[in-house]
Write a protein that binds this ligand. Structure first.
Ligand code: LLP
Length: 401
């Protein structure tokens, strides 16, 4: 990729996504489940750019959404309602109402209390709401504690016993229909074992529910497959799919996979420009125009996004931190990395930034959000304009005291 050319056309900081890699990654999921009933519901939270969603929709993707905003995005991108699921630990009544009105595939319930709210709203619409229960299997996913979700200490899902009681209630309700069962134990998982343990546990529950006469058609295995940020090995998709299918014994429900990161992560880079560098005798800092508000993962999770220098090599490499202009010591993009002497205007990229990069960005320090560009078959195209300062203040100007 010619980052110099792209930086001249679109400016920096900039997110760049390779749609050829995106296609490959999505199709790899589809192929892993080939021959079996499966729907890949891409998790929008990883990257919800509309053009990217449209592209995935054209390949047959469904959508896993965690807010009505994401449901609206999925629909706008052309994803059919019957391929959209709505998950999330705190859904508001008006979000549930709209999701039901739009006729999405099902709602993943997070608690009994939520079940009763969905029932009431379905009743007011005089419909039967399709639902699934998120079961917390109490299994350690062995990932960063902030993105681990399948333990009882986490806020997600309900215990197996409570799930059973919920399914029995749903069975007797004229306004609820149990169509699925769901679990998700965490994100950036690089070990298959915990996922399969969870799958086996939930498959057991699934089979006992079938025996009770519930007609559950969808087995939703969540997302969570990790990518190789630091050269670690990742879970082969074929093993993953086969392991899940095996955990189901002879049953053949439609598998729903809510993959996010594994589809979109490695297709993206974050491109920044060097502003300058300084050293205090002990430490060398390379200051760039991108910051934690644009790519939050290093600051929040101590995540590694491999830095690559694209400028002229003027001398020997030495250790430095690559930091942004934000007024916080936690504002860095890479720590203790080797870079040659940098000059203003040199370019640096951060790898694997397609997932949870732009989607987690903010306008902190009154920094407009950056532009996004897609590359496909050697052609580049803007898919989100850089925000302007005027947009930052627009809502305040309207009601300025
Ligand atoms: N399904 C559910 C219920 C989820 O909670 C998540 C992610 C996914 C699917 C998609 O997981 P993935 O396939 O992308 O791992 N901001 C963090 C990641 C948070 C993940 C939250 N849930 C990060 O930057 O690492």
């Amino acid at each position: 990729m010619d980052f110099t050319a792209l930086s001249k056309i679109y400016g920096t900081p900039l997110y760049i996504y390779d749609f050829d890699v995106l296609r490959e990654n999505f199709l790899a999921f589809k192929n892993a489940f080939a021959g079996r009933k499966a729907l890949i519901c891409y998790a929008l939270k990883a990257n919800s750019n509309l053009s990217l969603l449209k592209f995935l929709a054209s390949l047959g993707a469904g959508a896993d959404c965690v807010s009505i905003g994401e449901v609206r995005r999925a629909l706008l991108a052309g994803i059919a309602p019957y391929k959209i699921i709505f998950s999330g630990v705190g859904k508001r009544d008006e979000e549930i109402l709209e999701a039901l009105q739009k006729g999405i595939l099902f709602i993943n319930l997070e608690s009994s209390q939520e079940m009763h709210r969905v029932e009431k709203i379905a009743q007011s619409l005089q419909i039967k709401a399709r639902v699934s229960v998120r079961v917390n299997p109490n299994i350690d996913a062995k990932t960063h504690p902030y993105i681990s979700t399948g333990l009882h200490e986490n806020k997600f899902g309900v215990e197996i016993e409570e799930a059973k009681a919920m399914y029995l209630y749903i069975k007797s309700s004229p306004h609820l229909e149990a169509v699925g069962i769901h679990f998700h134990i965490g994100s950036q998982l690089c070990e298959l074992d915990p996922i399969l343990q969870a799958s086996q546990k939930i498959a057991k529950l699934y089979s006992s529910l079938l025996a009770l006469g519930l007609e559950i058609k969808f087995f939703d295995v969540g997302g969570g497959l990790g990518i190789s940020y630091e050269g670690q090995s990742t879970i082969p998709l074929y093993d993953y799919a086969q392991g899940i299918l095996a955990s189901l014994g002879g049953y053949e429900p439609t598998i729903i996979c809510e993959a996010g990161r594994r589809i979109v992560g490695e297709c993206g880079v974050f491109l920044v420009r060097v502003i300058g560098e300084k050293s205090n005798g002990q430490k060398r800092f390379v200051i760039v125009d991108g910051a934690m508000n644009d790519l939050m993962r290093p600051s929040l999770y101590q995540a590694i996004h491999q830095a690559t220098f694209w400028g002229e090599k003027r001398g020997e490499e030495s250790v430095c931190d690559i930091v942004g202009p934000i007024c916080e010591s936690g504002d860095y993009l890479a720590k203790n990395v080797l870079l040659p002497p940098c000059a203003q205007g040199d370019l640096i990229t951060f790898a694997n930034a397609g997932a949870y990069g732009f989607s987690m960005s903010s306008q902190y320090n009154s920094r407009p959000r950056v532009a996004e560009v897609a590359i496909s078959a050697g052609e580049h195209k803007l898919i989100r304009e850089r925000e302007e300062f005027e947009e930052l203040i627009e809502k305040e100007l309207k009601c300025l005291l």
